[in-house]
Design a protein around this ligand. Structure first.
Ligand code: WT7
Length: 635
């Protein structure tokens, strides 16, 4: 029997039990039957969460692009691998077949080599959602270079921090990007970032908007002429199972962003296997994930997972609101999309438009709807189910993280009965645990606690680039021998999980993971600001929005508060990006602090969320009097 494709609930339980009782045998069978290896492993799993050290398929040799591209050539060379849908609906879609993808990745890989990129070098990719983005990831993987994709909506400061953290040798970018009616000068942002990045020797520039940009002599090169001269043959570099495949940065509650390191074999096996099952992908289906490849969702479920299964994956350049809010549905109709994967924030924004636009299109091709990035609220769930799925496509509310590499808790469509707002059951091989504050595991059902994972799965991030101590501290120190997710969750009477949200100082705004500390650091750079604290509060569309409490150095000084607010958001945009802008900024004379001087964010969070009646005991604060004044001036 092949366990690769699960079709019934009994089968899920059976396969799940096997994956828990004999994880090594289980994953070995999956790896053995469904992938191509240059050499098989010596050992399936070696792990120790106390170090922490995790190795899957040690000793194996492979190249992930041979699994994502070459092995499909014989059977589906002329099938569309990447279906590119441009920002402008009048521009024709581009169908890139597996054969063409093979040639284009090889050409790109040869260009990287010619430009001096070697196995193990880091390459920063700051490219909008155009085919070159997916191709550049694969080209790096082809030659064993480690890609570090930075979402092309991040600012120049955020970009240079990430380039410097992993000493990237090269940046791949474009002359600009289209986003709805706007064009964005990406290359200008790169130029600014690079003033501060000594490791970067070369910048490759893809042409997209054909604008007149500045090209720095000796450093910047147009990509296309190099590709035109490159050979379409490039042997894949033979990689070890545990060689790094990529670095992807995610915000922490404190400090600089964490460069999560994912390695080759385990990541490939797990993303491919989850893709097949969580979306019930069948040959000839058209699959579309609306995320940006700049996030883990795009890495795992636009590029690697789908291509490893020989799927057709849609790559959409634009935004849901351009030229109107019917754009997503128009694309589903036009390309007869079968699986559609998006974020609750997008669903809420589209639901706000009513049902007229969504009703205009033929959505009957849809078989599976996915949701990811934050808890999906009941209202959005029903709107999605009724108007997009027309009550016949199961919604998979999939919970996972940049760190987990792949989907961890999710219904399997047509297998697991769904329940609104519940991510339902652990995926095959995943062993969740709920922990109480004392560090004990909560057994049985109907319990709520902090979500941990007890046993390694193949695509867990192996370290934080350059800072293994921080990796240990962040994920393996809160609970002994457990991976701590940072989320809270409950388990209901039948064992279904519902994710209740972050339990640390990470706030999820429109599905983007934002740490409070870096935003506070940015605000504190404003010369008038003494101190600041950021909390999240409920928001109709974004899920959570940011509320900032700011104290000024000279509170008596009569500054125009609205101007200050603009300046503060400007600084945040420059340091992090527009996604981290504050919705509300309240100036206050002080911030509530503990006697040891720590800001009591819990109180500020309650005030921002209008839950003043259960603030708890404030009398032990250093400065209880500021609480009332903050409440009185609440925005
Ligand atoms: C955090 C991870 C995984 C891809 C996108 C986000 C939250 C994610 C869900 C969900 C409730 C969710 C968690 C998690 N989250 N999916 N289905 N239900 N919360 O990756 O940026 O690393 O963020 O997103 O809080 O810890 P990320």
């Amino acid at each position: 029997m092949s366990n690769y494709h699960i079709k019934h609930l009994e089968e899920y339980y059976k396969v799940y039990r096997k994956s828990i009782r004999e994880p090594e045998n289980f994953w070995e069978e999956i790896a053995e039957e469904h992938f191509v290896w240059r050499k098989k492993w010596d050992k399936v799993l070696d792990w120790d969460f106390s170090k922490p050290q995790i190795k899957w398929f040690e000793g194996a040799k492979l190249n992930i692009t041979e699994n994502c591209i070459d092995r499909h050539l014989a059977t589906r060379g002329d099938k569309t691998a990447i279906l590119f849908e441009p920002n402008n609906p009048d521009e024709p879609a581009e169908h890139i077949t597996y054969k063409q993808l093979h040639q284009r990745v090889n050409q790109f890989a040869n260009v990287l080599k010619e430009q001096g990129v070697e196995k193990g070098d880091r390459v920063c990719i700051y490219v909008p959602m155009i085919p070159e983005l997916a191709i550049s990831l694969l080209a790096c993987a082809r030659i064993g270079a480690i890609h570090s994709v930075v979402f092309a909506g991040f600012s120049s400061t955020a970009l240079s921090t990430r380039i410097n953290d992993s000493d990237c040798k090269m940046v791949i970018t474009s002359d600009g990007s289209y986003r709805g009616a706007k064009t964005i000068d990406l290359k200008g942002i790169v130029d600014e970032a690079l003033e501060d990045c000594p490791s970067v020797k070369t910048v490759l520039v893809a042409k997209r908007i054909k604008s007149n940009i500045n090209m720095k002599e000796g450093r910047d090169k147009w990509l296309q002429p190099l590709l035109d001269n490159a050979s379409t043959v490039c042997d894949a570099e033979i990689m070890d199972a545990e060689d790094p495949l990529f670095i992807l940065y995610t915000s922490g509650s404190t400090g600089k962003p964490k460069g999560m390191v994912h390695t080759t074999a385990g990541y490939m096996v797990y993303t491919a296997y989850t893709f097949k099952n969580a979306f019930q992908y069948r040959d000839n289906d058209v699959y579309w994930c609306t995320a940006d490849i700049g996030w883990i969702t795009g890495h795992s479920y636009i590029v690697y997972g789908p291509l490893a299964n020989g799927a057709t994956t849609v790559l959409f350049e634009g935004v849901p609101s351009y030229p109107d809010f019917g754009r997503f549905w128009e694309i589903v109709d036009k390309h007869k999309v079968n699986q559609f994967y998006t974020a609750p924030t997008a669903i809420r924004a589209l639901a706000k438009q009513g049902t007229e636009l969504v009703g205009k299109y033929d959505l009957s091709s849809l078989k599976v709807l996915g949701s990811v990035g934050e808890p999906i609220n009941e209202e959005a769930w029903h709107w999605y189910n009724d108007n997009v799925g027309r009550k016949k496509s199961p919604i998979i509310d999939s919970w996972w993280q940049t760190e987990t590499g792949g989907i961890m808790i999710t219904p399997i469509p047509y297998v697991t009965p769904t329940k609104p707002t519940y991510a339902t059951l652990p995926f095959i091989g995943v062993q969740p645990a709920l922990m109480d504050e004392k560090g004990d595991e909560l057994k049985g059902n109907q319990v709520e606690g902090r979500l941990c994972i007890k046993f390694p799965w193949p695509s867990i991030a192996r370290t934080i680039w350059g800072n293994h101590e921080r990796y240990k501290e962040t994920y393996f120190s809160a609970y002994k021998n457990m991976y701590f997710t940072g989320d809270g969750a409950l388990r209901d009477e039948v064992g279904y999980y519902r994710i209740t949200g972050r339990v640390d100082d990470v706030i999820i705004v429109s599905g983007h993971n934002l740490g409070t500390a870096p935003i506070e650091d940015a605000i504190n750079e404003h010369p008038a600001v003494a101190e600041s604290a950021i909390v999240g509060f409920p928001h109709d569309i974004k899920g959570s929005a940011l509320y900032g409490y700011v104290t000024l150095k000279d509170a008596g000084e009569s500054r125009d508060h609205n101007n200050l607010r603009k300046e503060i958001n400007q600084i945040i945009t420059e340091h992090i990006g527009p996604i981290a802008k504050l919705d509300k900024i309240q100036f206050s004379e002080g911030l509530p602090k503990t006697r040891s001087g720590k800001i009591m964010r819990r109180i500020l969070r309650k005030i921002a969320s209008n839950e003043m009646d259960n603030l708890g005991d404030v009398s032990t604060l250093l400065n209880p009097e500021v609480v009332q004044s903050i409440i009185d001036n609440r925005l």
